[in-house]
Design a binder for this molecule. Structure first.
Ligand SMILES: O=C(O)CCC(=O)C(=O)O
Ligand SMILES: [Fe+2]
Length: 344
């Protein structure tokens, strides 16, 4: 149902085709706040390796390579809790680095951002791992210590670098599509204040979804998010925007990127930040709405949050955008701290 665009067209030698692609990209984002993207610049090998590092073979819904690698080097989330807790996320929101166990973070606390509605608190059913740029000058990474999972750090350091290159190309395409000079957005993203988040949603029974969710409805805080998911499903977007109704984004497999608009890009350009959640996939919902004991598969995702340089102003980049609230003139760093402090 939702459009899939081929980012390879951005590199077309025919500039008319390239320009049309950039405009299609922007108009798709303007309509839905997100778009499905293939040939986005992160190689299938990088994506496979990243999933193989966090996700046990049984839950992969695609063929995995290197099947004879040792168990530990494949799947971080399968390690015993005490091993995972050797690289813990601190109890505070910042630095947003390291492992967060099941039940700690509740995104529903920020669900009402931007619309003022009071929503019931839903518990998130997930565990996750947050990673930043290896040379970030504000926050150091928290890696599993030697011997716990030795493939983890090199895999995600390299994934981060590929994702950054993809991010810069996408920001150039967006600038062109918005009829801005091509480097307008990319030059606000040189510091690499970006974050990578690996998430595991354990298998739970259907009845859990009557009072909990996988990740509550929210918008992402950064500029754009490049999201990769396995084939289990359950990622849902608010559609139509502002309706409070959520529809499934069918998984196009782990190599497809779901490109989301985040809050900072909305402030700069007016493209709408995508409100999304991960819940019970529609195909598992029943007419009678009876929740039962049957199990819903575990799910894995990798989200790369491209974020502006911390000192960058969130002042609108397009002249016709009215400045609507005080946060409009915050720096991106201030805005990120404000948003993240609400989730822990
Ligand atoms: O797991 C997913 O597909 C979405 C995760 C997400 O939205 C987030 O971490 O912000
Ligand atoms: Fe998100």
């Amino acid at each position: 149902m939702f459009e899939q665009l081929d980012f390879a067209t951005f590199y077309s030698v025919d500039t008319t085709q390239r320009d049309r692609f950039c405009q299609d990209l922007v108009s798709s984002l303007r309509q839905n706040g997100f778009v499905r993207l293939i040939n986005h610049g992160i190689s299938s090998d990088d994506i496979d390796r990243a999933f193989e590092t966090v996700c046990p073979p049984m839950s992969r819904k695609w063929k995995y390579r290197n099947a004879n690698r040792d168990f530990k080097s494949r799947d971080f989330f399968e390690l015993p809790l005490e091993e995972k807790l050797k690289s813990p996320h601190p109890p505070t929101a910042n630095p947003h680095r390291g492992y967060t166990a099941f039940g700690i973070e509740n995104v529903s606390a920020v669900s009402n951002y931007g619309n003022g509605a009071k929503l019931p608190v839903l518990n998130d059913m997930k565990e996750s791992y947050d990673i930043g740029y290896e040379h970030d000058n504000l926050y150091a990474n928290i890696w599993p210590p030697s011997g716990v999972h030795d493939a983890f750090e090199p895999t995600f350091t390299s994934f981060f670098a590929s994702a950054y290159n993809a991010e810069i190309a996408i920001l150039q395409a967006l600038s062109l599509g918005l009829r801005l000079p091509p480097q307008t957005l990319s030059q606000l993203h040189v510091e690499k204040a970006n974050e990578l988040r690996l998430t595991h949603y354990p298998a739970v029974s259907r009845k859990e979804f009557s009072h909990s969710t996988r990740i509550a409805a929210h918008t992402d805080f950064g500029t754009i998010t490049l999201l990769f998911q396995d084939c289990v499903g359950g990622l849902q977007m608010e559609f139509p925007r502002g309706s409070g109704k959520f529809v499934d984004v069918e998984s196009g497999g782990p190599h497809e990127c779901i490109l989301n608009v985040g809050d900072c890009l909305e402030k700069w350009t007016g493209l709408p930040s995508a409100r999304h959640r991960v819940h019970l996939p529609e195909r598992l919902q029943r007419d009678d709405d009876q929740m039962d004991e049957s199990m819903v598969d575990e799910r894995y995702s990798i989200a790369y949050f491209a974020k502006p340089d911390r000192a960058a102003s969130l002042r609108p980049l397009l002249g016709d955008l009215k400045h609507s609230d005080e946060e409009g003139y915050m720096t991106a760093g201030e805005f990120q701290r404000m948003r993240i402090s609400q989730t822990y």
